[in-house]
Ligand binder design. Structure first.
Ligand code: SF4
Ligand code: SF4
Length: 350
């Protein structure tokens, strides 16, 4: 754990008290917490030691790193890099080769049992040579780094659920972090990529309260993944009235009607896109006229076609659509139950 507190670190960098409180208000908003908690967050952050963070990118496209580094607003972007001690992230760090690996090993040694491990990308298991860093297989590096971690954030759908690398035919035998590590708390932050404010919110919550947030059955923080897009979608009144766009350029599409018949997976997708939105809160896919493809759900790539409705049938009333949603939700619930059982088994073994 870094010796300086977040407060000391920010003051040393010339951050004023006022700026610090604005920072805390942004953090509260990112954590979906009420503004009344800002003084408590300020007090906790002031005293918090800057946690060491080791970030391992495996089978990924760098979209998750891109998402967080493109986070809008200097406050949010500054928050993540000022409030943590990012000791290893080979995409962002200046060091390379032996020096970079030495930095990782030193950070692990100095912060054994206390560092936060972030993983993006899935882990190839079919052949050790499919993913290596400095001659070490992704699988071995994950196992080694996880041993001294206080908790692990599986960032993005690849690390959380296997994502696109695990899509059929899965040539690399890709698996999510939770298939490899069974004895550490894992926070799944899925999305392809995850929303920047959700990433910062999860990290800030850990930093502020020193514990992992409340998770759902699939290991996702409930604050951000507690509701479906459909629950919060501004097009929902059209859905309820049975008003659906049939093509991307018909009258219904122009009037902003529901995109369910065009394959929207919002009813079975848990994520904060409809409220946190993207690009600094400007918009989200459904607002731009395209249905949700369910990127934050397990197996989203293989789930049956981005433009195929969740269930085909006799469209025309919200009741029939509602039945289709019910089937989708039931399947999701079955998957969630299986995941909860796995989690319980893990807890028993731990
Ligand atoms: S089906 Fe999609 S577009 Fe329609 S209300 Fe639900 S989330 Fe919104
Ligand atoms: S709208 Fe759906 S597919 Fe698009 S980013 Fe959000 S969860 Fe992923």
């Amino acid at each position: 754990m870094n010796a300086t507190t977040v407060g000391e670190y920010l003051r040393a960098r010339g951050v004023s008290r006022r700026e610090f409180l604005i920072f805390c208000t942004t953090a509260a908003s990112a954590m979906a917490l009420p503004a009344a908690l800002v003084p408590r967050i300020a007090e906790a952050l002031e005293k918090a030691r800057r946690p060491s963070v080791i970030w391992l990118p495996f089978q990924e496209c760098t979209g998750c790193t891109e998402s967080i580094t493109r986070a809008h607003g200097a406050t949010i972007e500054g928050m993540i890099f000022d409030a943590i001690s990012l000791d290893y992230q080979h995409t962002l760090q200046a060091a390379a080769g032996t020096a970079a690996e030495h930095a990782r090993e030193q950070a692990m040694k100095d912060n054994w049992g206390q560092y936060l491990l972030i993983v993006d990308g899935s882990i190839p298991t079919a052949n050790a040579g499919y993913g290596t860093i400095a001659g070490v297989s992704n699988l071995d590096m994950l196992r080694e780094a996880a041993k001294g971690a206080a908790a692990i954030v599986a960032l993005g759908s690849c690390a959380a659920f296997g994502g696109i690398p695990m899509a059929r035919p899965d040539p690399t035998g890709a698996v999510p972090v939770s298939d490899v590590i069974k004895d550490k708390p894992i926070i799944n932050v899925p999305g392809c990529p995850p929303i920047p404010v959700v990433i910062t919110g999860v990290l800030m919550q850990y930093l502020t309260f020193g514990r992992i947030p409340e998770l759902d059955a699939l290991g996702r923080p409930k604050a951000f993944y507690g509701q479906t897009l459909h629950d919060r979608c501004y097009r929902r009144p059209f859905y309820e009235r049975g008003e659906f766009a049939e093509t991307f350029d018909d009258e219904g599409a122009r009037k902003g009607w529901c995109l369910y018949k065009l394959g929207c997976k919002g009813p079975t997708t848990y994520n904060a896109c409809a409220t946190a939105k993207w690009n600094g809160g400007v918009s989200f896919p459904i607002e731009s006229g395209h249905g949700c493809i369910g990127c934050s759900e397990p197996r989203f790539w293989d789930a049956g076609g981005f433009y195929r409705p969740l269930s085909t049938g006799n469209w025309g009333t919200a009741t029939t659509v509602g039945t289709a949603v019910g089937v989708g939700v039931a399947l999701g619930a079955a998957a969630a139950l299986a995941a909860r059982r796995r989690q319980k088994d893990m807890e028993k073994k731990a």
